[in-house]
Design a binder for this molecule. Structure first.
Ligand SMILES: Nc1ncnc2c1ncn2[C@@H]1O[C@H](COP(=O)(O)OP(=O)(O)O)[C@@H](O)[C@H]1O
Ligand SMILES: [Mg+2]
Length: 167
């Protein structure tokens, strides 16, 4: 089985729920369990939120692209958004966060560390830095990114599919 789907959305918060719903429908059609769909929806939402928060939509492509690739053993989710020079600070932070997660053998430990740090911070901090580590831990997933053609940032998440992930 080698399947894929692509969704495009405007960088608006209202769009997240729509894509969440559509992608969940797609995953259901392909036989994934409710539990797995739930965690994949969390991943998709977190990645889209980041695209909206940190992407640059003033020029060029004004959309966020969500790609879902499925084969027998793995699921890949890619979320793309345009970036410009102003985003370099965030790209560096993205890189640092992904490297930091990888430095733990078990992403659960990284998740706990981040939760402890967040607990020390003041409330209403929009950049809690919990999204990516939550993806790694709850989504049992490997994160990566690159900046490709036309300054499109591609953040990808790959996760193994086990027997119990099939509904
Ligand atoms: N799509 C993206 N474009 C640019 N930078 C990003 C993107 N996604 C994440 N980042 C960077 O990685 C950091 C960590 O992301 P995340 O764990 O989701 O935390 P948060 O969104 O709460 O800041 C962000 O603060 C941001 O600097
Ligand atoms: Mg985030």
């Amino acid at each position: 089985m080698n399947k894929s789907a692509e969704f495009k959305l405007r960088p608006d918060w209202d769009e997240i729920e729509k894509i969440r719903f559509e992608s969940a429908g797609y995953l259901q059609t392909h036989g994934l369990s409710d539990e797995r769909i739930h965690s994949l929806s969390m991943i998709i939402s977190e990645l889209i939120e980041n695209s909206i928060k940190y992407g640059n939509f003033k020029i060029k492509e004004k959309k966020v692209t969500v790609f879902i690739g499925l084969n027998n053993d793995t699921i890949t989710i890619e979320v793309l958004n345009p970036v410009d020079k102003g985003a370099y600070k965030h790209l560096a932070r993205l890189d640092k966060t992904i490297q930091w997660i990888r430095s733990y053998q078990d992403p659960f430990e990284a998740y706990i560390e981040r939760l402890k740090e967040v607990a020390k911070k003041p409330l209403h901090d929009e950049e809690s830095g919990i999204g990516l580590v939550r993806i790694a831990y709850e989504g049992k997933a490997l994160l990566d990114f690159f900046v490709g053609e036309k300054n499109m940032l591609n953040v990808s998440v790959v996760s193994n599919l086990e027997k119990e992930d099939r509904g």
